[in-house]
Design a protein around this ligand. Structure first.
Ligand SMILES: [Ca+2]
Ligand SMILES: [Ca+2]
Ligand SMILES: [Ca+2]
Ligand SMILES: [Ca+2]
Length: 401
């Protein structure tokens, strides 16, 4: 390490610092001639990150860690406005491009596909042969074709993967009142319908009885495993349930007892097809948010310790390290959107913005987390992003995130 690290060769009192790359024989020593013990400003920069220790008058709040220094990525920047929308959805392409689709529909703000280039959005407006009303779901298939499923049952798609969305096609399914859906790599939708929970394995027209399965509960959420395995979480008046397998008939098992029947539930599967569920829970006297994991066929559940917010909308992804990232819109104390994660072990959260609601979260191919959410008060779609919190003050501004 010392052979490659950069060391300031002047005392800290010097305003101008120059750096060299010393060999082991050139490693600076204290000015008392003793081996470098870090207690003297001739020593300069023990972790070689170009910033001197605070004890030497510098600004490196951790001089044993070259990843901690002023200017490092830490707290997320303030939200930026992505656009105006009636409906929005996020997706990651097979090659790792992160895109957002949003708009109001014909005659109003145009349907827009925005692509994140790592620093900024590139926006393209599109004419699509449909309205654009919630719910809507944007998905890529395994070949890079783009698919948009809309409230009306309109499926708008462009499977010519040369340019995103330059050749839109339309088919219409009979999907009155669907509320959650997911698409697999082959472009097949698995859908939850109705005020209760009816699972639809194939939205072809006409939809037959063999395509439908009633799950005896309400407030469902659906996610697919890496090979298209189906996972549904839903609740009835006393329990949270997991329906899985498919694509046609799903098995059902209990996740946890939860008596009050709150709204919020989110489900996602990790890269080994192990499902995780983030949900409003209670013990019969108080409410809290719990997280459940299924491993080797068994569910375990524990309270997250996050403040209970009575959340009504949520989106969750599991990153390649198996860590959960969730955004959720809550009612308590006012309506707002939160982001929470267990990326650093214990659950941490950040309240993103007041007067906001529906949200989606994605982890891009560089490991950055993106939360996009709707703000009621000015009808804007907002974007926040950054590294997951690690509980450490990486940028030496005095705030740990
Ligand atoms: Ca340093
Ligand atoms: Ca440092
Ligand atoms: Ca941090
Ligand atoms: Ca900080």
């Amino acid at each position: 390490m010392k052979g490659t690290a950069q060391f300031c060769v002047f005392a800290c009192a010097c305003g101008a610092q120059s750096t060299v790359t010393p060999t082991d024989a050139q490693v600076p020593t204290d000015d008392d001639g003793a081996p470098d013990d870090g207690g003297d400003c001739v020593t300069t920069d023990p972790d070689g990150d170009g910033h001197l220790p605070v004890a030497c008058g510098g600004d490196d709040c951790d001089d044993l860690d070259p990843g901690v220094l002023p200017g490092a990525a830490d707290e997320w920047p303030a939200s930026t406005v992505l656009g105006d929308m009636n409906c929005f959805s996020l997706a990651l392409s097979p090659s790792g491009e992160f895109v957002a689709a949003y708009g109001w529909g014909p005659g109003l703000d145009p349907f827009t596909i925005a692509t994140w280039d790592g620093n900024a959005w590139r926006r393209e407006e599109h004419d699509i042969p449909s309205t654009f009303r919630p719910p809507c779901l944007l998905s890529f298939d395994a070949s890079g074709g783009l698919h948009l499923l809309q409230e009306s049952g309109d499926h708008v798609y462009d499977t010519t993967s040369d340019v995103i969305g330059d050749d839109w096609q339309l088919e219409t399914f009979d999907l009155f009142n669907w509320f959650d859906a997911a698409m697999d790599g082959q472009g097949r939708y698995r859908i939850l319908l109705g005020a209760g929970v009816t699972y639809l394995s194939d939205p072809k027209d006409p939809i037959g009885d063999e395509d439908l399965q009633d799950l005896p509960g309400f407030r469902g959420a659906i996610a697919l495993g890496p090979a298209g395995q189906v996972h549904v979480a839903y609740r009835d008046s006393s329990e949270i349930w997991h329906a899985f397998g498919g694509p046609q008939h799903l098995e059902v098992e209990s996740i946890d007892v939860s008596i009050y029947g709150h709204d919020g539930v989110a489900i996602a599967a990790d890269s080994s097809d192990q499902p995780r569920v983030f949900y409003e829970d209670d013990d019969g006297s108080s409410n809290f948010i719990s997280f459940a994991e299924r491993n080797a066929g068994r569910w375990t559940s524990e309270p997250t310790g996050l403040p209970d917010v009575n959340f009504f909308d949520a989106s969750m992804v599991i990153d390649p390290d198996g860590k959960a990232h969730v955004c959720y819109a809550g009612h308590v104390p006012d309506e707002f959107t939160n982001y929470a994660t267990n990326a650093s072990g214990p659950w941490t959260f950040r309240s993103l913005m007041a007067e906001s609601g529906a949200c989606e979260v994605i982890v891009d191919s560089t490991g950055e987390v993106h939360v996009v959410y709707e703000r009621y008060s000015d009808n804007t779609l907002r974007h926040e992003h950054g590294r997951p919190p690690n509980g450490r003050d990486d940028d030496c501004d005095g705030q740990a995130w």
